[in-house]
Design a protein around this ligand. Structure first.
Ligand SMILES: [Zn+2]
Length: 331
């Protein structure tokens, strides 16, 4: 069962497998009302957050356009393309969710004693960016087989008026999500319309409508085991990929930052689209230093996408009810 792993895989910013000594003093959840806090504020403090505020580089427009055309050709010619996304795809409008280690990222500002620039909206009101839209269209068109995301904002699953969302079955949320609850007994997932008021895979005041067992949040904290089903599927998909696009991630977070090696080891090609350096830049077939929206605009132009005319069928997002489970006391 997902929450009963004996060797839980957890996140770390370090190469070492020993993640027990890189945390600072923990605050007890009982001391804080987490419902009032952002995701970053909810996370337990850790002493070492790794490199923050690394320089962001942007290539000339013409170079980005040429590389975007090259990536489009790679996508069109691939047999099994997988996309791995990070916080960098959610920083642009109309999402405007802070990343962690960019120049104004949460960890960078914390390290420099600055206040994080305020977002114009809450995470609940964030909308998918052009990158989210493009990825969803590529999945719908059958050009991308699977999406692995480190993001907990569920923006891959949120459709806009004229754009399909990524079907849940084609998405692995490897750090969990702020927009679902999970039944520890029957493994049914209930999607939420609003950010969950909890973190750390803890029971919430609700029970499963299928089996009446307690529901837990799916929002991983530093010491939470990563969700088995999600990470096993993600690794399986990355091994199958003959083309992997890493988008908006500096790949500094472990273990997910190491997973592109599964694709490389299996002979697949790697494309990295990110403003900051990554440890796999030299292994990449195409490396683009640019904002992801700019690159995906170019990719979609090259692939000559027509505008979709219909919303995605609701059944594609299996188990995505967007309904808050009925509350129950004494859990
Ligand atoms: Zn259940």
């Amino acid at each position: 069962m997902e929450l009963r792993r004996t060797r839980a895989i957890k996140r770390s910013y370090r190469e070492s497998d020993d993640d027990d000594d890189d945390r600072g003093d923990k605050k007890k959840e009982t001391e804080r009302d987490v419902s009032l806090l952002s995701y970053a504020e909810r996370l337990q403090p850790i002493a070492d957050k790794g490199l923050c505020g690394d320089a962001e580089l942007e290539e000339e427009v013409a170079a980005v356009d040429e590389k975007a055309r090259q990536v489009a050709r790679l996508i069109a010619g691939s047999k099994y393309c997988v996309v791995l996304t990070g916080a960098g795809i959610s920083t642009a409008e109309p999402a405007s969710i802070s990343d962690f280690r960019g120049p104004n990222g949460v960890w960078t500002c914390e390290k420099e004693g600055r206040t994080v620039p305020p977002s114009p909206r809450s995470m609940d009101d964030a909308k998918p960016t052009r990158t989210h839209e493009a990825i969803a269209r590529l999945v719908t068109r059958g050009l991308v087989a699977h999406v692995v995301t480190q993001n907990i904002d569920a923006l891959h699953l949120r459709a806009k008026m004229d754009v399909t969302a990524v079907p849940r079955a084609r998405l692995s949320e490897v750090h969990g999500t702020a927009y679902a609850l999970f039944c520890v007994a029957c493994a049914v997932e209930t999607r939420l319309a609003h950010m969950v008021d909890s973190i750390g895979l803890r029971p919430v005041a609700a029970v499963c409508r299928t089996c009446r067992a307690p529901l837990c949040d799916r929002l991983c904290d530093w010491d939470s085991p990563l969700p088995d089903g999600e990470i096993n599927r993600a690794i399986s998909e990355l091994k199958k990929a003959d083309l992997l696009l890493v988008v908006g991630s500096s790949m500094r977070i472990r273990p997910v930052g190491l997973w592109p090696r599964y694709t490389l080891k299996a002979g697949g090609k790697l494309v990295v689209i990110n403003l900051q350096n990554t440890h796999l830049d030299k292994k990449s077939h195409v490396r683009i230093f640019a904002k992801s929206d700019q690159v995906f605009d170019g990719i979609m132009d090259e692939l000559d996408f027509e505008e979709p005319t219909a919303l995605n069928p609701p059944e594609l997002n299996t188990r995505a009810t967007n309904q808050i489970p009925e509350p129950v006391k004494n859990i």
